[in-house]
Design a protein around this ligand. Structure first.
Ligand code: 13P
Ligand code: SF4
Length: 357
C-alpha cells in the first residue's frame, strides 16, 4: 500500500490510543488487518466487542451486520464505526424483516409456529435478530451453529421429537449443521422461498419438516462445487480439503474438514509441515494462510472464486479517513441500531453467548 497512507494510518492510530479498538474480520485485506487490534471470526469479534467497555470507539473492519451486533453488545456511550457504509453482505440482504414476519404468518396458518424456534445466523439484520429474540430464539455463527440448533430443538421436544427450527438466512449452514452434526436427514429439511406465496411449500410439507431453511446463500461460498473437490484430490493426492459451512451440502460432504474462518486458521496452524491443503473460503484469508505457512502447500479450492466484494470495500483509505475523522472529533459512519430492535436482538445475541462451549 501507499507508504504515505500507512504513515497517516499509524499516526491516527497512535493519536486515538486506548480510546479506540480496531476489530478485523479474517476476510479483510492485509492492509487493514495490519491495523487490527484483534482479528477473528464473527463469533470471536462479537465477544471482543462486548469485552471492551473502556473503548470509546469500536472501529469495525468487517461488514454491516457485524458492526450492528457490536453496537448492540456495547454500551450506549460507545460508538461503533464501519469505515465504509457500503460494506454489506449479500446473504444478509436475502432476508428482509417484512419477509420474515410474513413467513411466520405462514407457519402460524399451517399450525406449526408454536412448535418452531427461530435461529438466525449472525449474517442477518438487527431487525431479524430482534424478531428471533422476541420469539424466544437465538443467534448463531458458523462456529456454534450445532450447539445453537441442539438448544433450539431442546426447547421443542429435542432432536428426536417433532419440533422445528426456522433457520435464517443461510440454507447451507442450516442444512450442513442439521445433517452432519445433528443426525437429521436431507428429507427433514425444506427450503422456504420468501418470493413465493406460502414460501413455495404446502402446509403438509411444513408440518413434516424439521428444519425450515430460508432460501439464502453466500455468493462467494456458493461458487465452490463438488467437482472442485474431486479435481483438487486428483491434482494433489493426499490433499486435505477444508471448507466453510456456507458451502453447498455436496461440497461439505466431499470435504475432509468443515469450519468457521477461525477453525480453518487453527487447522492450518496444527497441520504437519509438508502437508497439502485446499481451502474453500474467501481469498484474502487463503492468501494470508499461504503466506503464513511456507512449509505447507496451500491451494485455493477454486481458482475462479475470489474476494468477498463487500468485505473488500473496507480498505486503507477508508480506515484512515475514519480514524483521522475521529482524531479531529468527528464521528463518521456510526452504526446505531434502533433501541427497541437492539433490546430484543440483544436477547438473541446474549442467548448465543450463553450457549455451552
Ligand atoms: P465466520 O463466522 O466463519 O468468520 O464467517 C463469517 C462470514 O461472513 C463467512 O462468510
Ligand atoms: Fe456475506 Fe458471503 Fe461476504 Fe460472508 S463471504 S460477508 S456471507 S457475502
Amino acid at each position: 500500500s501507499d507508504p504515505d497512507l500507512v504513515d497517516r494510518a499509524r499516526a491516527a492510530r497512535a493519536a486515538l490510543g486506548d480510546r479506540a479498538f480496531v476489530l478485523g474480520h479474517h476476510y479483510q485485506r492485509d492492509e487493514v488487518i495490519d491495523f487490527a487490534d484483534v482479528t477473528g471470526d464473527s463469533f470471536k469479534l462479537a465477544r471482543e466487542a462486548a469485552a471492551r467497555p473502556e473503548a470509546e470507539f469500536i472501529l469495525f473492519c468487517g461488514v454491516h451486520f457485524m458492526a450492528e451486533s457490536a453496537d448492540i453488545l456495547t454500551s450506549d456511550a460507545q460508538q461503533v464505526v464501519l469505515p465504509d457504509l457500503a460494506a454489506g453482505c449479500s446473504m444478509a440482504d436475502m432476508a428482509a424483516i417484512h419477509q420474515v414476519e410474513d413467513a411466520w404468518d405462514v407457519l402460524l396458518d399451517a399450525g406449526v409456529a408454536e412448535d418452531t424456534v427461530p435461529v438466525t445466523y449472525m449474517n442477518s439484520s438487527a431487525a431479524i435478530k430482534a424478531f428471533t429474540g422476541r420469539h424466544g430464539g437465538t443467534v448463531c455463527t458458523s462456529s456454534n451453529a450445532h450447539v445453537a440448533l441442539r438448544w433450539a430443538f431442546d426447547r421443542v421436544g429435542g432432536v428426536e421429537g417433532s419440533g422445528k427450527v426456522l433457520f435464517m438466512p443461510d440454507q447451507h449452514l442450516g442444512r450442513n449443521t442439521a445433517v452432519r452434526q445433528l443426525g437429521l436427514s436431507l428429507d427433514d429439511c425444506v427450503v422456504f422461498d420468501p418470493r413465493k406465496p406460502g414460501g413455495g411449500l404446502t402446509a403438509q410439507e411444513l408440518r413434516d419438516a424439521r428444519m425450515i431453511l430460508w432460501r439464502g446463500h453466500c455468493s462467494v461460498h456458493g461458487r465452490f462445487t463438488e467437482r472442485n473437490v474431486v479435481e483438487a484430490r486428483a491434482a494433489v493426492p493426499g490433499i486435505n480439503v477444508i471448507v466453510h459451512p456456507e458451502c453447498r451440502h455436496e461440497v461439505v460432504a466431499a470435504a475432509d474438514q468443515v469450519g468457521s474462518t477461525e477453525h480453518i486458521i487453527k487447522a492450518l496452524d496444527a497441520a504437519e509441515p509438508g502437508s497439502a491443503w485446499a481451502i474453500g473460503t474467501e481469498l484474502n484469508l487463503v492468501r494470508r494462510l499461504a503466506n503464513a505457512h511456507p512449509d505447507k502447500q496451500v491451494h485455493y479450492l477454486d481458482s475462479t472464486v475470489c474476494f468477498c466484494s463487500t468485505m473488500n470495500r473496507i480498505d486503507l483509505p477508508h480506515l484512515v479517513w475514519a480514524m483521522e475523522s475521529l482524531v479531529a472529533g468527528r464521528v463518521v459512519n456510526r452504526i446505531v441500531v434502533d433501541p427497541d430492535d437492539a433490546r430484543w436482538a440483544r436477547a438473541a445475541l446474549d442467548q448465543m453467548l450463553a450457549l455451552p462451549g
